[in-house]
Design a protein around this ligand. Structure first.
Ligand SMILES: Cc1cc2nc3c(=O)[nH]c(=O)nc-3n(C[C@H](O)[C@H](O)[C@H](O)COP(=O)(O)O)c2cc1C
Length: 367
């Protein structure tokens, strides 16, 4: 072991977890979990944009009695780092989503269970209440979507996260080149009884995308309908445009998540942290704004909150923790982020999350 490896083993960072996980997984699974769409520019810029933001701390402020607590959708939370929905977690660990839920609960946070979870939602809920929100991809039947939402409400989930940025899968070259395929033993078990669209054969000149998939893709009327009929609050995930943010609020969303799906769908979008301020301005406090994409350090969490996010979600770092050490790895990754956030708060003179304002972001013109 080199001295660098020894210190990584003693005090790993989220990036150490990711490089260890990449080593442990087969090339195709590493591509699925850690790759992005096309040239992976959005995947890369999500992290780079955080690095480009500089902090300007204030010193000698009284931070006694400080904390990272918040209340989100009426729920008290110990800190603002949530677990993003990520599909098919049994591909990296036999306990899959159950281990992630246990790791999240150990750090007092909410996990969003993916619609494409590889473990039954009832089993995940039974193992841990840490799994609090359920993510939905809109299916072709309104009634079947609502049945699924009602089933999740009965299981004790407290919110629905409706992901709207992926009516079709992105161009995922890295996955294709490594030959990634779901093995038969891993599937989206919660969707087993959902109707699957049966597409009529294509006529001459017709397109599978525009003439078949577009027929079953959701629109704003569906979002509005779901918000009206869902027994649980609906959070819309995958918003990057201020106009769409306003429309989501008009449709009845209880919160929005600024997300570019971690760079897995449309490549060459800007980083979410770059887009966040305009969306916060557009929403003007009407509902909480969350964000995800590229959060790898406590200072990234601090920057997102300074720019108006109420909380952040993390995807790949949690998968890295799960790959390396199951529930304990998930818990450790979340703990590292929280510890780093607390240190960053103290070093910038922020006692509570409300004290984290745009003033701590360095802008040459303002000093
Ligand atoms: C392998 C993988 C699978 C994902 N599956 C889903 C999913 O099922 N539903 C969803 O809404 N988002 C999904 N996402 C997107 C994440 O919820 C989140 O937006 C993204 O991972 C955040 O970026 P980060 O990985 O840099 O933290 C997935 C992301 C990854 C990496």
């Amino acid at each position: 072991m080199t001295s660098e490896q020894t210190s990584a083993a003693l005090q790993p960072t989220l990036r150490d977890y990711e490089s260890q996980a990449r080593h442990m997984l087969s090339a195709d699974r590493a591509a699925y979990f850690f790759g992005g769409a096309a040239d992976e520019l959005t995947l890369e810029v999500n992290q780079k944009a955080f690095s480009a933001i500089e902090l300007l701390p204030r010193v000698l402020r009284d931070v006694r009695g400080g904390s990272t607590e918040l209340t989100l959708l009426g729920q008290p939370m110990a800190h603002p780092v949530l677990v993003a929905p990520v599909a098919y977690q049994k591909l990296v660990h036999p306990d899959g989503e159950v281990a992630t839920a246990i790791g999240a609960a150990a750090q007092d946070t909410a996990m969003v269970l993916s619609a494409q979870s590889s473990i039954d939602a009832a089993e995940v809920r039974a193992a841990s209440a840490g799994c609090g929100w359920f993510q939905l991809y809109w299916g072709p039947s309104r009634a079947a979507n609502l049945d699924l939402v009602q089933r999740m409400a009965e299981l004790g989930f407290t919110a629905i996260v409706l992901t709207v940025d992926a009516p079709v899968q992105g161009v995922r070259d890295r996955e294709t080149r490594t030959g990634f395929r779901l093995p038969v033993e891993v599937s989206a078990v919660n969707l087993a009884n959902m109707p699957v669209p049966r597409f009529a054969p294509l006529e001459q000149g017709e397109s599978i995308l525009f003439d078949r998939i577009a027929d079953v893709a959701p629109g704003w009327a569906d979002v509005e309908w779901l918000c009206r009929n869902s027994p649980l609050p609906v959070i819309v995930k995958g918003i990057v445009h201020p106009g769409d943010a306003r429309q989501a609020v008009e449709a009845g969303a209880s919160a929005i998540i600024v997300s570019n799906h971690g760079g897995r769908v449309l490549d060459t979008m800007p980083a979410t942290i770059t887009l966040l301020p305009a969306i916060v301005r557009a929403i003007d406090g009407a509902v909480p704004v969350l964000m995800d994409g590229g959060v790898r350090r406590g200072t990234d969490v601090l920057k997102a909150l300074a720019l108006g996010a109420s909380a952040v979600l993390v995807g790949r770092p949690v998968i890295a923790g799960l790959t390396v050490a199951g529930a304990a790895g998930v818990s450790h990754v979340l703990r590292l982020l929280r510890d780093e956030l607390e240190i960053a708060m103290m070093l910038t003179g922020c006692r509570t999350l409300d004290d984290i304002t745009p003033d701590i972001i360095y802008r040459p013109a303002t000093i």
